[in-house]
Design a protein around this ligand. Sequence first.
Ligand code: MG
Length: 157
Amino acid sequence: MRIGLGYDSHRFTPGRRFILAGQDIPFDQGLAGHSDGDAVAHAVTDAMLGAAGAGNIGQLFPDTDPRWKDADSMRLLALARDAVEQRGLRLAQADITVILERPRLGPHLDAMTRALAQTLRVEPSALAIKPRTNEGMGFVGRGEGIAVLAMVLLEAR
Ligand code: MG
């Protein structure tokens, strides 16, 4: 068994779609970034790469590379899954905390979980996505952006 921790944060900006776990979430702002800004996909990707000893998201998908401009981050996650599988491992479990003040993610959690499960080739029951606010404190509290923490457990295939 191998364990990995991933963290990501992105700034809200007008004029972008708000995409988390590959899902389009209705909101008046989206997440800035070289890719689509999907902080959930990025945090899980980094956790999986870390757990597998396969480097990190910045090494594999540098934001200077035009290939990843506006990239669908669920594709990056699929590539991280492949890197994990190539090392004889697979995802056993992922526990994800999404920290944001607005919008409320409750109505989107099932779709987000299903999309992650499909990309990661696990049962939805292997995944948990837990939205939290930051009680009005700091950059998250001011609504400037979101932060995501992901912990994953890999097991031998
Ligand atoms: Mg990111």
